[in-house]
Design a binder for this molecule. Sequence first.
Ligand SMILES: Nc1ncnc2c1ncn2[C@@H]1O[C@H](COP(=O)(O)OP(=O)(O)OP(=O)(O)O)[C@@H](O)[C@H]1O
Ligand SMILES: [Mg+2]
Length: 408
Amino acid sequence: MDEKRILLVEDDSSQSAMLALELKRRGYRVDAEKSAPAAVARVEKEIFDAVITDLRLGAGDGLQVIAAVKASQPETGVLVITGHGSIDTAVAAMKAGAFDYLTKPVEPEELVLSLRKSIEHRDLVGEVRRLRAEVREGRGFSKIVSTSGAMRKVLDLITKVAGTDATVLITGESGTGKELVARAIHENSARRDGSFVALNCGALPEGLLESELFGHVKGSFTGADRNKRGLFEEASGGTLFLDEISETTPGLQVKLLRALQEGEIRRVGDNHPVKVSARVVAATNRDLKKHVADGKFRDDLYYRLKVFPIEIPPLRERVEDVMPLAEAFLKKARVRAGSPAAKFSPAAAKALEAYSWPGNVRELEHAVERAMIMATGPLVGADDLPPEIAAAPAAKPKAARKPAKARR
Ligand SMILES: Nc1ncnc2c1ncn2[C@@H]1O[C@H](COP(=O)(O)OP(=O)(O)OP(=O)(O)O)[C@@H](O)[C@H]1O
Ligand SMILES: [Mg+2]
């Protein structure tokens, strides 16, 4: 392991010498400063693995050192040393961003333990950031195929809304890419380092959905044997994706509205409001306006959700996207399967473009995966496609086709 660099800021010479000696004996490289201005000048020019500072210094104080470290090298942990009984100042130091504090007289063992933790913490934070960036590249914005004008418009809307905290309502038939768009909004927003939490509102009965969203306290219902945080809290600072929002009951809709309007929720069985700051993106493959007209969906919640609507057109209305999507899926699938199939024959391409895709992009993805398995050579032929798709060029003109059912 390489030598760790520590900056020690302490105005008492004998204390400073003692600590520096203890740290050097344990393999740390120590630089010492006696005043806040001198320490600030150092951290503006050099990077340390950790900074140890006394709070009360002859010139200036430890809070100035913390501020300078946070500004110039925010990953670096600061350990604060406080005089006996000055808890208030220790609290102020922690608030200012110190990693830990130790009270005088400082035990070298304790100091080293805290130092190790601080460096470990910094390394972990860096690793999480790198991993998140990798994941982001894998499924982020760049992965949305958008050759058609309609999809380029969708991309444009994603970029615009990502910079705000507005609630978004994504509509589109099943398999059009609603979840993909929701993720892209999150990944392109300032909340990208927070969590993206997805919930299918159609998959749970009302009671469970409520406790899933808002959490519950122990004993609030049979089986609630511990306190549980809800997804609104888990997504605080991030994005909460509410899929199939049309499937919520009126009772739950009231609670959702309150959460959106007041930024507050109540856990099931608890009267204390909890502040939440999740950004909500909702999606539906239903005609929500019709649900409102039919009295199945609250109009106030509807208007609140559709502050920023994004409509994804069905695939049959953007034929320009079919081949770019098919090629992207083929490339992805063949890498995974090690298949020789690399291209579609002209007949296969014709069939793919003529088909009506009631299951939209998801259906296309599955069809391509299947065709790749069927193909024996480098070319995917029309015969390798599922029969209903292979027969598509012979089918009726598009306008005569029945609109697709919007349910999975
Ligand atoms: N424009 C696109 N570019 C690349 N891949 C896409 C695109 N649109 C959809 N997909 C892919 O198609 C599949 C279906 O997309 P997604 O799950 O986002 O659809 P959905 O609208 O949420 O469907 P449902 O209503 O059934 O939940 C996913 O694998 C997604 O990655
Ligand atoms: Mg979905």
